[in-house]
Design a protein. Structure first.
Length: 94
């Protein structure tokens, strides 16, 4: 599913909403999520799941092509953990 598909679904599901307004709404939501993640905050969406930011420390690594030893720098990674409700929905449990 693409962003355009999400805009179409929002447009179809909310009566009286113009397609341009649906696009602005979806953009506003994504921009809010993006800014929250950039600030290092976790996001919890009830009934959907959690977006969690973890910090991974630097560690030794190896270039698989050349075999050269390198250091993998520390970085932040984003993980998603689905809620129990979403897991049950995915597995058709009631």
């Amino acid at each position: 599913m693409t962003k355009a598909d999400i805009i179409d679904k929002v447009y179809e599901s909310v009566p009286g909403l113009a397609k341009k307004e649906a696009a602005e709404l979806v953009d506003a939501i994504f921009n809010t999520l993006k800014k929250t993640i950039e600030n290092g905050e976790n996001i919890k969406i009830s009934g959907f799941g959690n977006f969690i930011i973890r910090t991974k420390g630097s560690r030794p690594g190896r270039n698989p092509k050349t075999g050269e030893n390198i250091e993998i720098v520390d970085r932040r990674v984003l993980t998603f953990r689905p809620s129990q409700i979403l897991k049950k929905t995915l597995n058709d449990e009631k």
